[in-house]
Design a protein around this ligand. Structure first.
Ligand code: OGA
Ligand code: MN
Length: 298
């Protein structure tokens, strides 16, 4: 059986059918999935019935799995550990989280445009999010194409951005969403890191912006000017023409390329409905500055 790839938007999101991700994938099918992934950057696999182990096994074919969770598990016990990021609204006891719980306050940041793990020195290549149960209303995920957004910039802007380095820090995005209670352990483990503002995707040679709400300062620019540039670029990338809105069905796996997309969760009544989503995150091969050959002072 060979997989089928059906474009959902002309060049950004596609649905993949005729594949059962709960079973080992043969080499030809996996090569076709990778080709589609580099071409589109968001792939949707409907009607997949996956155990956590099967979700993990498919994800791990793309590279090393991130194992460390961002929040200190002592301060914020989680239902899921190790390789799985809990994108649900459930507390460690499996019940809907409390209105003022630390998890809820922290995860409000997922409603800002971001790309996963750009605040880590070794950022993420891709994320694979699986829906176990969804909210009946809302709770969509929006994706923005940072490659198409780069292509649409003027030559003058492309020249201005070339070679710039941006500071990404989890504290920047959480300040924006109103979460400031990082503890000492988290602050020490999650220092600000440099990332290239423009990056090249090796598999296609396409250039992409690499901005996110985790971005705060631009190296070599006054803070306010750097911040204004980042805000301007985020507004540009998230123009409607670069955005795909994913409306979830249960038992669906969606994977996206964190190097060249942003995403955000949309609202739903999270104190009423259970939305159980679990994510596996794959690491990139190196820091983005390193990949671009941009020297960063230690
Ligand atoms: C994520 C994320 C948004 C959502 O899984 O990384 O940001 O819609 N999700 O849950
Ligand atoms: Mn995310």
């Amino acid at each position: 059986m060979t997989i089928t790839v059906c474009a959902v938007t002309p060049g950004f999101a596609a649905e993949v059918g005729d594949v059962d991700l709960s079973r080992p994938i043969d080499d030809a099918d996996f090569a076709a999935i990778k080709d589609a992934f580099w071409k589109y950057a968001v792939l949707i696999f409907p009607e997949q019935h996956l155990t956590p182990a099967q979700h993990l096994a498919f994800s791990a074919k793309f590279g090393p799995v991130e194992k460390e969770r961002t929040l200190d598990p002592k301060a914020t016990p989680s239902r899921l550990t190790g390789e799985f990021a809990d994108i649900s609204n459930l507390a460690a006891d499996g019940k809907i989280w409390g209105e003022t719980s630390r998890q809820r306050m922290y995860k409000a940041g997922n409603k800002l445009w971001h790309t996963d793990s750009s605040f880590k020195r070794l950022p993420s290549l891709c994320s694979l999010l699986y829906s176990r149960s969804i909210a009946p209303l809302g709770g969509h995920t929006e994706f923005a194409d940072q490659r198409a957004a780069y292509d649409a910039l003027s030559d003058a802007m492309k020249n201005r951005l070339h070679g710039l380095i941006v500071e990404h820090w989890i504290v920047h995005s959480r300040r924006r969403s109103g979460f400031t209670e990082f503890n000492e352990e988290e602050m020490a483990r999650l220092p600000p890191v440099p990332q290239a503002l423009v990056r090249t995707i090796p598999q296609t040679g396409r250039k992409s912006l690499y901005v996110a709400s985790h971005a705060g300062r631009v190296f070599g620019m006054p803070d306010a000017e750097g911040r204004a540039l980042i805000d301007e670029l985020i507004a540009h990338v998230t123009r409607r023409e670069f955005v795909y809105t994913h409306r979830w069905r249960p038992n669906e796996l969606v994977m996206w390329d964190n190097r060249c997309t942003m995403h955000r969760g949309t609202d739903y009544d999270d104190l009423r409905w259970i939305r159980d989503m679990q994510r596996v995150t794959i690491s990139d091969i190196a820091n983005s500055c390193e990949q671009e050959g941009i020297a960063v002072a230690a």
